[in-house]
Design a protein around this ligand. Sequence first.
Ligand SMILES: Cc1ncc(COP(=O)(O)O)c(C=O)c1O
Length: 380
Amino acid sequence: MSSKFFKELRAKDPFYEHGTILSSMASKPLSIAVKAFFEFLDTNAGDLILFKNIHRMERYVVKKLVKILGCINGRCSGYIVSGGSEANFLSLWLLRNYALKNRRIRRPEIVASYASHYSIIKAANALGLKIIYSRLTKDYKTDPDDVAEKVSRNTIAVVANVGSVELGTVDSIKEIAKVSLEHNIPIHVDAAFGGFILSIMENLKFKKFPGFTCNGVYTVTADPHKTLFTPIPSGGFFVRDHKFLKHIRFKAPYLPGKTTETLIGTRSGGSIASIYAVLKFVGLKRLKKIYEKCYETAFYFYQKLLKIGKFKVYGILETPIICFKPLTCSTDALMKKLWKKGWTIYKCSIVDGLRLVFMPHVNRANVDKFLSDLISLVEH
Ligand SMILES: Cc1ncc(COP(=O)(O)O)c(C=O)c1O
């Protein structure tokens, strides 16, 4: 089969570099990450005897990543998994088993807000966890006072968001931690999108992500395939103490390693190699520059949108996501018209608006083209 066949097949779907994909939290992977991925394409991180080097590389990247996420005691650990959904699942699975082992719980519950990603709801369903929904503040963040009302003796974890999927909002981890520490309940932070951005950026208008520096935080999801620009699949599942991993440790008698602490057995060594490449050869300074550009473009769009005066704009750009709602027409009708013009844009259902994710492939030139289409559609 010729490569022309695959090129043509691939070209039936859009490419990030076309600049029309405004909905995605992934972007074109960095070339060094792609090279590393291909080099290790046939390696299985689930077989640490056969692929010892991948095993070493995974320990190296996890050590670096937890440090970025605030681990200062050298005890944090974790795994590179398939994505944020799996990392959220593993986190809640671990925290449920930890709670069931140490406390008398009749019906395990989690407290999570309506801004949580649907993978939290799926995981709760699979793990038999009842979700107690906490209120959002007027800024669409988890309300710590309401969390205090909602936790009970059955709560196995409070879920917080750092870069919520629809609005990009960042919960006040320190305020939530006050509640969780008072009741001795672990926090799981879904920082799939915002974790690395808000840990690596300096001179932020907003507070940095405290991550593991915050005592109540037991588990964190932070995804390399979103904001370290590595190929899909690569999610990050991190725990504050490697000892907690025993709660999801299972026997794998036929393997020389004898145990596993992940959901899936065979895992992509390529994913680990690509993160290794980004950390070693791209570095945090360059990542910071890439993030700064994303924020700049987002801010540029934000100001233009306010000037047009025909939209209600949500969010305060804590992460590079903007949500807006047309004042003169229906959101669904506008979205359909934008799709017809070739833009890929999704809704932020919480406010019945439209959402733009400012990843590196969304530059000013694309934003200007989009704005011109947007203006023509709301004016006619
Ligand atoms: C906040 C958040 N958590 C979890 C996920 C799930 O990640 P994945 O699609 O990699 O499974 C997403 C995906 O967009 C997300 O935005």
